[in-house]
Ligand binder design. Structure first.
Ligand code: WQD
Length: 338
């Protein structure tokens, strides 16, 4: 049985990927310091899969603790490195917290991987590496423009670190997965987005407004050059996104990559505006959302979405869920969440 290390395994994408990996027969170990994830996630994974996943609670910014964890709990056939903070808006307000957390943890995990001979590495990257694209949909060959937020910069730096590492280690192979907007929740409603810090992302905020946890949604700007003036994003269901990771891992472990580093855009190729997303929630739930139009949020780009031709061709990835499925599962989770 192949053993995979999942850093940030108790986070939103990490936890859903662990569920898919277990269902596909992998053995997983999680490292998560719970700085922005909920301890109940491990119970939820047990309820869904029947398996109690071991989580090592260390801070990956601590190089020694990271190296010791690799030595004590390895060897690993592969690593999926999720551990990072991921809010565009929050990174603008607190850049050094993002630089320190996202870059130090990657350096320590990559260095420990090399020292312990783990040479199959999947990196949780982001569409924010494209900055404010001149042409959409973006492809994996689109230029990496100036990042529009410190969060996006940490992902650009992370990709470059792994590309440099691959250039010096012939056996090292990496897949960089550039996510668009992950959202939704597990179909069981036992698992979903459960950040400890207040969410800054649109879909969880919509759900919190609908449940009364938040008074209202502020739409950050309707004066953008888009079809209804609000920003366009490519929302991808978390269960489709999890499947892409298992596909990328199989691709690496079956030694299929011809290049040492392969990049995949993980979007579904549908641009949805903020106002359209809000209407999708109202349509799916039958609830009326209390929202106001506010000013633009620093760090936002007007529009970005991607097709997934390369992930479909190479990883045989076929996303099946849409914005209505995202809103339905997110709302089910919001009503049952821990
Ligand atoms: C989406 C749109 C906001 C909240 C996310 C992840 C990031 C990366 C890219 C993976 C924007 C608007 C939001 C609100 C609003 N994914 N909005 N009112 O910034 O696109 O980034 O996807 O790496 O990790 O954070 O997502 O959900 O914050 O914003 O109007 O209260 O919704 O302005 O246009 P974003 P988001």
């Amino acid at each position: 049985m192949k053993k995979v290390l999942i850093t940030g395994g108790c986070g939103f994408i990490g936890s859903h990927t662990i569920v898919d990996l277990i269902e596909k027969g992998y053995s997983v170990l999680s490292i998560d310091d719970f700085s922005n994830s909920h301890r109940q996630v491990l119970n939820a994974i047990k309820k869904i899969t029947g398996q109690r996943v071991q989580n090592i609670e260390i801070d990956l910014k601590d190089a020694q603790a990271t190296a010791e964890a690799f030595e004590k709990f390895g060897p690993f056939d592969g690593i999926i490195h999720f551990a990072a903070y991921k809010s565009v808006g929050e990174s603008v307000d607190d850049p050094f917290r993002y630089y320190r957390n996202n870059i130090y943890s990657l350096i320590n995990v990559a260095e420990a991987a090399v020292k312990r001979g783990v040479d199959r590495f999947i990196f949780s990257s982001s569409c924010t590496v494209y900055g404010d694209p001149k042409e959409i949909p973006v492809t994996e060959d689109s230029p990496l423009l100036s990042a529009s937020s410190p969060y996006g910069l940490t992902k650009q730096v992370g990709e470059k670190i792994l590309m440099d590492l691959a250039s010096t280690k012939p056996g090292f192979k990496a897949v960089l997965l550039r996510y668009f907007n992950p959202a939704g929740a597990h179909r069981s409603a036992l698992l979903g987005e459960a950040s400890l810090r207040p969410s800054t992302n649109l879909v969880p905020i919509i759900c919190e407004v609908a449940s009364g946890k938040r008074q209202k949604l502020t739409v950050y700007g309707t004066d953008y050059p888009t079809r209804d003036g609000s920003c366009v994003r490519d929302y991808i269901h978390i269960e489709d996104l999890a499947k892409a990771h298992t596909g990328a891992l199989e691709y690496l472990l079956d030694n299929k990559p011809s290049n040492q580093v392969e990049v995949f855009n993980l979007g579904i190729g549908e641009g949805i505006t903020v106002l359209e997303a809000t209407k999708a929630f109202e349509r799916v739930t039958g609830l009326k959302l209390n929202y106001e139009i506010g000013t633009r949020r620093p760090g936002d780009v007007p529009a970005i979405f991607s097709h997934y031709k390369k992930a479909k061709r190479v990883l045989n990835w076929n996303p099946k869920l849409n914005i209505d499925d995202i809103m339905r599962t997110a709302w089910n989770w919001e009503q049952k969440r821990f």
